[in-house]
Design a protein around this ligand. Structure first.
Ligand code: URP
Ligand code: ZN
Length: 465
């Protein structure tokens, strides 16, 4: 008689406490048992000898079904979550952006209507607040209680109408703290960027390299330091989305060493690609904000991960195709890159196979820490009895060359075309269902669930994770 639905046998299983050789049993969508050897009584036995068994990844920074200035990006919640599943990602957190003079809770409910029927993996939303009105402040508690306790504020994108000023940032930090939530920021200095953009455009310097030049490291460092100072003065935690510079990292390091709860995220592109990409004829394809930086920033960010100042790697997936990217000036190009599907192969290869970080560190920054920070832990982010059976199996020996032709994102190019990787995900399991196996997707749209969250700050507030 079967006792379990699935037993994964002979794996190298990565738990929060380390790695062990053994088996993992799944029943009714959750992890039922972990052990050196579990008796073969299951409907399905999967032998994964020589492979790694990891908790499904949590990507807390994605933009699916995203529309701005009348243009929609290319991955919706269906194609984007399928691509995520191919990268072993089993939970994504997207954004619900408050529309002008509208309710932020209404934006969340509207996003759920779009996402619920399309997602193939579990998901949640950050509430993106675009004003500091009394109505918005009054809604924050309700939004937290709804299961959306994290908020994103843009310190840039003034003309797009989503930027908040320092007064609003301060007010929302204070209010969110009192409601048990967490504020995250897109930290760039808008005045520097707008000044330099206008200057370069006037001078006819419009190719992609001026995207990076118009957003120098100081524009990120200054905004991070400003946001950190405000958060620190209120004793509030602060999450920094997509940090890209060595100077930003230094600001986070100083703040954390002084006891401030500043949680930094970076992205695979800031850990692998430099601003040299902007010199290519198709350089527009690498335009995202903040921009790609120098080799020394890349090395600093890896060190930030090793020293545990960078807590999270999120993809910041926002897929615009090459036609949408082909503008005659950098300042008109849609910001963002489509990269969710390459997150795990790239980070495993560059991080673990290249010996920069351990597999345990990789799992912390790509799964456990985001789950803890955003209130999904231990349901997500760990292989623990009772946790959702969200699992990715990685073959650490498999070598591949990344190519758009093999990827499932709705894009006609890959920003990592031709890059060789060692280590590749071969199976993804979402709440006990095998949704990707040997390059085939077998999940269903609508099978992902909206996961309400509750943040427990003690989970991550030291430098331990
Ligand atoms: O360039 C980027 N990062 N686009 C996505 C939106 C954002 O700023 O996170
Ligand atoms: Zn951003």
């Amino acid at each position: 008689m079967s006792v379990f639905d699935i037993i994964i046998k002979n794996g190298k299983i990565i738990t929060a406490n380390g790695l062990f050789d053994g088996d993992l049993a799944i029943d009714s969508g959750v992890i039922a048992c972990l052990g050196k050897s579990i008796e073969n009584r299951a409907d399905k036995i999967i032998d994964v000898k020589g492979k790694l068994v990891l908790p499904g990844l949590v990507d807390p920074h994605v933009h699916m079904d995203f529309e701005i200035s009348g243009m929609a990006n290319r991955d919706d919640f269906k194609s984007g979550s399928i691509a995520a599943a191919f990268s072993g990602i089993t939970t994504i957190i997207d954004f619900a952006i408050q529309e002008k003079d509208r309710s932020a809770l209404e934006a969340i409910k509207k996003r759920r209507k779009t996402a619920d029927k399309k997602v193939v993996i579990d998901y949640s939303l950050h509430s993106c607040l675009t004003d500091g009105s009394e109505r918005t402040l009054d809604e924050i508690k309700t939004i937290v209680n709804y299961g959306v306790p994290s908020f994103k504020l843009f310190m840039v994108y003034k003309k797009e109408g989503v930027m908040i000023d320092d007064g609003v940032l301060y007010t929302i930090l204070e209010k969110v703290k009192s409601c048990g939530g967490l504020v995250g920021v897109h930290a760039e200095n808008v005045a520097i960027i707008d000044y330099l953009t206008e200057k370069y455009v006037k001078e006819g310097k419009t190719n992609a390299e001026y995207h990076a030049k118009s957003r120098p490291n100081i524009s990120e460092e200054e905004a991070i330091r400003r946001a950190v100072l405000l958060a620190k003065s209120l004793g509030a935690s602060l999450y920094i989305f997509h940090m890209s510079t060595k100077e930003g990292l230094m600001a986070v390091k100083e703040a954390r060493d002084n006891g401030a709860d500043i949680l930094a995220e970076t992205c695979p592109h800031y850990l692998t690609l430099s601003d040299e990409m902007y010199l290519r004829p198709d350089g527009n394809n690498w335009i995202m904000s903040p921009p790609l930086r120098k080799k020394e920033d890349i090395e600093a960010l890896w060190n930030g991960i090793i020293q545990r100042y960078v807590k999270v790697i999120g993809s910041d997936h926002s897929a615009w195709d090459s036609i949408q990217k082909s503008e005659d000036s950098f300042h008109k190009v849609m910001n963002g890159v489509g990269s969710i599907e390459t997150s795990l192969p790239l980070m495993f290869s560059e991080g673990v196979s290249n010996g920069r970080i351990s597999i345990n560190t990789l799992i912390k920054v790509m799964s456990e820490n985001a789950a803890k920070i955003f209130g999904l832990y231990p349901q997500k982010g760990t292989l623990m009895v009772g946790s959702d059976a969200d699992i990715v199996i990685v073959d650490p020996t498999q070598e591949r060359t990344l190519s758009c032709d093999d990827l499932h994102m709705n894009l006609d190019y890959s920003i990592y075309e031709g890059i060789k990787v060692k280590g590749f995900p071969v199976m993804t399991i979402s709440r006990g269902n095998i949704i990707v196996e040997n390059g085939h997707f077998q999940g269903k749209p609508g099978e992902g669930r909206f996961i309400p969250r509750k943040i427990m700050r003690k989970e991550i507030s030291t430098n331990g994770s």
